[in-house]
Design a protein. Structure first.
Ligand SMILES: Nc1nc2c(c(=O)[nH]1)N[C@H]1C(S)=C(S)[C@@H](COP(=O)(O)OP(=O)(O)OC[C@H]3O[C@@H](n4cnc5c(N)ncnc54)[C@H](O)[C@@H]3O)O[C@H]1N2
Ligand code: MOO
Length: 730
């Protein structure tokens, strides 16, 4: 397709523009205008209001201009309160005001949850706004508000207000909701991971968790606009007693990543390195530092075709060797006689320089003067040592060339071969099995009869492979408790990754399976959007003895025997094989079924876990400035696909939990803190396994972050090319 605003410049820019335009539904001005309410919906618009972010324009939509994903996802991607609120009871989502405009605006440019009257949403039901600016334009009122929506907005504000000691939200003199940013951070740093069913509600402030939250506003006397939310220590009835009790409080996103990175430390230590021939080592990780087995170069070599010289000229050539067609000393030949002072001998590039030689004269700079004499041209006086690569110039035998944890790239293979290696000690690849849950999933053809294509089966395995795992299998399972239980119980993998079934619906079998298996839930829900139902569990491996007593475990037994045998075959011959104390645990990462939520789970839990198991160093993504403001969730981190343009991260619009269109063209996922990030704010960007820096040498601080930087780095490498003093300019 043709971009609407083709840019001058290189074809790469144009390609990126085209991809961006596609990913952004070809908006006339490229990516989403700053602050546009994305697919995440009306609910977030109201929460944004509660977070007191500036008014943000919303793109107008004509009547009948529907937004499929918004209609669908707005009602099913949200959590409980949002689901209520995002629906106006007419079958329209709250994101629509009935005029064809999206609901996040009141038509004045002010944001808020529109009620169809031109006024916006969060109301106390009295006609007074819950959070008004006093101008009548606000934010948060509706005389005619739908009761369900009112409920929801109250619930959202309640969440925003919920506090232990200090009010999370206060209204200022104008009635704007002001919040203290820190009270939204659900840091669990002091707590251990919550086991399923035993978790206490996480602290939302710095106050101790045992303090009672603020009562729901419906149980309050009406507030006067502008008045601060009253403090209270009284216990709070749940706002909707008919609802199920809330799930255990989620782990904060940074804590979840840290827990996942630590979860398999013991298992990583347990795994013996695997010796792989160079031909089979690409993409593996070095289990030990790469130390040179030889000097490089191993002997003094000629850098050019020409003559090896001894002392100042002119030089006498060996009798009978005059003429350009004489070969002299060739590469790959053994020792030659010493070169006496005042003599020269023809030599080829790479050939061993004879002892006594003090320089090499390139063939184009010397003249065979006849009579057995060689002269250097006056324009190229000979410098001592020129065009000789001296032994050990690059490294001495025993020098450490690369640290453990280095990714084996083609260049590493070349270096290892040059340094004398036939095989490399590599970290054993963790074995992973992917279980795709969902009766609604089709493996081919077009969606039909309520069934959709499985987007995760084709994606998750290769993604895990890119993270260094060996994927044993991707299996599609019926939504049956026994099938899920059997598959998890019998898996021999170090890591089982499930997709779907993490929530609490009737067919969500992951939690019940983990309960039956007595798994330890290290992470059960994460304060991140999308992806909040993701989980990480530790499962016991059945002991060898245990299996022998169980006939139905024979298959697994055989498989583990085979694994052990493979380990032994690959183990370094001279390496001391550590005694294995016991079979280590295995892990399960439960990815939510919504596809972008599953990606979020891959980067939040699977990546750190596999990083530990594969011995790779932690990436150091470093911050990047946002090209546009990004709305935040009030409590949770958001992960938003971005592309790098110039030096900034441009958020992509197709970032809904069920969408892959943004991530498919993204360079990374921006980490948006609770409350959102302004234009220009520096945010971390998680690399994708195939993005520029991730493909670079791990551990190198100057990894390129994006194409611009990659280009820069290449330029630096060329400019700074190491030209040895002995060789002279080529
Ligand atoms: N009452 C609540 N319901 C839900 C909540 C909640 O907090 N309370 N959270 C929602 C969120 S957020 C997510 S994410 C999902 C997670 O649910 P599951 O992990 O149990 O996933 P499923 O229900 O199986 O599927 C969700 C969604 O994703 C589609 N899906 C599943 N697998 C695939 C696949 N391989 N390829 C493409 N699409 C897939 C599935 O059809 C559903 O549309 O729970 C919400 N519910
Ligand atoms: O948004 Mo859910 O968190 O789709 O994963």
């Amino acid at each position: 397709m043709t971009p609407r605003h083709p840019r001058d410049g290189d074809p790469l820019d144009r390609e990126v523009d085209e991809a961006l335009a596609l990913a952004n539904e070809s908006p006339p001005q490229g990516p989403e205008p700053p602050g546009t309410v994305s697919e995440e919906d009306w609910a977030d618009a109201a929460l944004s209001l509660a977070n007191d972010r500036p008014a943000q324009p919303t793109r107008g939509r004509g009547p009948g201009d529907t937004d499929g994903p918004r209609d669908i996802d707005g009602t099913r991607d949200a959590d409980g309160p949002r689901e209520t609120g995002a629906t106006d009871g007419t079958g329209h989502t709250g994101a629509t005001d009935g005029t064809g405009r999206t609901g996040a605006t009141d038509g004045t440019g002010r944001t808020g949850a529109t009620d169809g009257t031109g006024r916006t949403g969060a109301t106390d039901g009295t006609g007074h706004t819950g959070a008004t600016d006093g101008t009548g334009h606000t934010g948060a009122t509706a005389d005619t508000a739908d009761p369900a929506r009112t409920d929801w907005v109250e619930a959202a504000l309640d969440l925003a207000r919920e506090t232990a000691e200090e009010p999370a939200v206060v209204l200022d003199a104008q009635g704007h909701v002001r919040r203290r940013p820190e009270v939204y951070s659900r840091s669990r740093s002091s707590g251990s991971p919550t086991a399923e069913g035993t978790g206490t509600k996480g602290t939302r402030s710095r106050a101790p968790a045992h303090q009672a939250p603020t009562p729901h506003p419906q149980s309050h006397p009406k507030r006067t606009p502008g008045a601060p939310t009253p403090r209270t220590g009284a216990p709070t009835p749940h706002p909707h007693p008919s609802m199920n009790p809330p799930p255990p409080s989620p782990t904060s996103w940074p804590d979840a990543r840290a827990i996942a990175a630590r979860a398999a430390v013991k298992e990583a230590a347990h795994a013996a390195p695997v010796m792989r021939p160079l031909s089979d080592a690409l993409g593996q990780v070095l289990a030990a530092p790469l130390a040179a087995l030889t000097d490089l170069p191993p002997f003094d070599t000629s850098a050019m075709d020409g003559w090896a010289l001894s002392g100042p000229g002119p030089w006498r050539l060996p009798p009978g060797t005059e003429g350009q067609d004489q070969q002299g000393i060739l590469a790959g030949h053994g020792g030659t006689a010493s070169l006496p002072d005042g003599h020269a001998v023809r030599i080829a590039t790479g050939a061993r320089v004879p002892s006594g030689a003090t320089a090499v004269l390139r063939s184009e700079y010397g003249t065979d003067a006849g009579g057995g004499w060689l002269h250097a041209s006056a324009a190229h006086p000979v410098v001592l040592g020129q065009d000789i690569r001296t032994r050990g110039q690059e490294c001495r035998s025993g020098d450490q060339l690369l640290p453990a944890g280095t990714l084996v790239t083609p260049a590493v293979l070349g270096l290892a071969a040059a340094a004398g290696y036939d095989a490399l000690p590599t970290v054993r690849r963790p074995r992973v099995e992917v279980l795709v849950l969902g009766d609604e999933l089709l493996t081919e053809g077009l969606p039909h009869d309520g069934r959709i294509r499985d987007a995760l089966g084709p994606m998750v395995g290769p993604w895990l492979r890119a993270l260094g795992a060996e994927v044993l299998a991707t299996r599609r399972l019926a939504d049956e408790a026994e099938a899920v239980y059997a598959a998890v119980a019998e898996s021999s993998a170090d890591l089982v990754v499930t997709t779907g079934g993490t929530a609490a619906g009737p067919l969500d079998h992951v939690h019940p399976t983990l309960r039956r298996l007595g798994a330890e839930l290290l992470v059960d829900g994460v304060a991140v959007r999308p992806g909040h139902p993701m989980l990480l569990a530790r499962l016991a491996r059945k002991s060898r003895e245990g299996q022998e007593n169980q006939e139905d475990q024979e298959g697994q037994e055989g498989q583990e025997d085979q694994e052990d045998q493979e380990d032994r075959e690959h183990a370094p011959k001279n390496a001391a094989t550590p005694e294995r104390p016991s079979r280590p645990a295995r892990h399960l990462v439960g990815l939510p079924g919504n596809p972008l939520a599953a990606v979020s789970g891959l980067l939040t839990l699977a990546e750190p876990l596999l990083r530990t198991l594969t011995g790779r160093p932690a990436p150091d993504p470093g911050p990047a400035p946002l090209a546009e403001a990004v709305q935040g969730h009030p409590r949770d981190t958001r992960l938003v696909p971005v592309v790098f343009r110039q030096d900034a991260a441009v958020p992509l619009r197709f970032n809904g939990p069920a969408m892959l269109r943004g991530i498919a063209v993204a360079d990374g996922l921006a980490v948006i803190p609770p409350g959102g990030a302004k234009r220009g704010a520096e945010v971390d960007v998680l690399d994708l396994p195939w993005s520029a820096s991730a493909a670079g040498q791990p551990g190198h601080p100057d990894q390129a972050r994006h194409p611009d930087q990659a280009r820069q780095r290449t330029g630096q490498a060329v400019d700074g090319e190491d030209i040895s003093p002995q060789e002279g300019p080529a």
